[in-house]
Design a protein around this ligand. Structure first.
Ligand SMILES: *Cc1c(COP(=O)(O)O)cnc(C)c1O
Length: 326
């Protein structure tokens, strides 16, 4: 049996990140509210430091390391935002960081990771095991491995996003959270259960990689090969163990969204709300727009998880969408 983190751990994490992480704004769109006949509150983690909620978990995890661990340094593997979160948190805390990153990671994410002073080691995500490479380097140099999602200090750090949202706007009827490995969803579930016990919690993942939905509905963790989707922050092959236990207990269901739906939401954020949101950050809104009937009259929280885009990729997706519309 694994001991699951609790809401008290989320509260402790909130204390550690205070003054380091931004308390991100909560935004609303009157057009969307009118269209849905509901009240939607967006928690804008695209405006978090380094552009995604991952800074929360990373900073909390690194804050918990002892003096000798800090001296030897940390290592993480990530397709992007966890890498940047670790790199920034490490530089703020004076800890050396190494990041194992796929060859095809978005350019902006890699450049930002190196910009924060982390060392990047590349691998081929379709053929090589990032876990093996990471473990080898950790053994050789004494680095502490900081997992991206299956790790209690990371989970409870991510949960501070939902804690802030509910503390600001009050209790909700439904909460929609992007889902990759489940760190954000599990952490937000802990906070939501405690602060808004009647609220239904939903995870949303890319349709091409619906391992989370399969796992949730079958009752055991399903592993898939790396899905091809524009939602690069949710290309995880399976849920983490700790994450799955919390998700099974606290989450109502897992929805999926197609790449096309993500682009549609991305265009909505850009044109209506003046927000740059990366495809993975659009999962929550995409699911809400696909389930409007059951959400009428409700108070809905949506976590916008990140805003890190390659500008050429972002503009190409939006231009294609705009030309299809007229
Ligand atoms: C990492 C990430 C996710 C998924 O988070 P998990 O904790 O792996 O489920 C969602 N959106 C963005 C922008 C991310 O960087």
């Amino acid at each position: 049996m694994i001991t699951l983190p609790t809401y008290d751990d989320v509260v402790a994490a909130a204390g550690r990140i205070e003054g380091y992480a931004h308390k991100t704004p909560v935004m609303q769109s009157s057009i969307l509210n009118r269209e849905l006949g509901a009240e939607v509150f967006f928690k804008c983690e695209n405006l978090q430091r380094m552009g995604a909620f991952k800074f929360r978990g990373a900073f909390n995890a690194l804050s918990l390391l002892d003096e000798s661990q800090r001296k030897r340094g940390v290592i993480a593997f990530s397709s992007g935002n966890h890498a940047q979160g670790i790199a920034l948190a490490a530089s703020l805390l004076g800890i050396p960081a190494t990041i194992v990153m796929p060859l095809d990671a978005p350019k902006a994410k890699r450049a930002a990771t190196e910009g924060y002073g982390a060392k990047v080691v590349e691998y081929d995500r379709y053929n090589q095991s990032r876990e093996d490479i990471t473990r080898e380097l950790a053994d050789k140099f004494g680095y502490t491995i900081v997992p991206a999602y299956d790790y209690a200090p990371v989970i409870v750090g991510q949960g501070t996003a939902a804690k802030e949202l509910i503390e600001e706007v009050g209790e909700l009827d439904a909460m929609f959270v992007p889902l990759g490995g489940g760190g954000l969803l599990a952490g937000c579930a802990l906070a939501t259960r405690a602060l808004s016990p009647a609220c239904k919690i939903y995870g949303v993942e890319p349709q091409a990689g619906n391992d989370g939905q399969q796992s949730f509905r079958s009752g055991s963790i399903v592993k898939i090969s790396t899905p091809k989707t524009i939602a690069d922050g949710a290309q995880t092959p399976s849920l983490g163990q700790i994450n799955f236990s919390i998700i099974q207990r606290d989450v109502s269901d897992i929805y999926t969204a197609t790449d096309e739906q993500l682009v549609e939401s991305m265009a909505f954020f850009a044109s209506r709300m003046k927000l740059i949101v990366e495809p993975t950050g659009c999962l929550g809104l995409a699911a809400v727009r696909a389930n409007t009937d059951s959400l009428r009259g409700k108070r809905i929280g949506i976590i916008i998880s990140g805003g890190n885009v390659d500008l050429d990729n972002y503009s190409r997706l939006l231009a294609k969408f705009a030309s299809q519309k007229d």
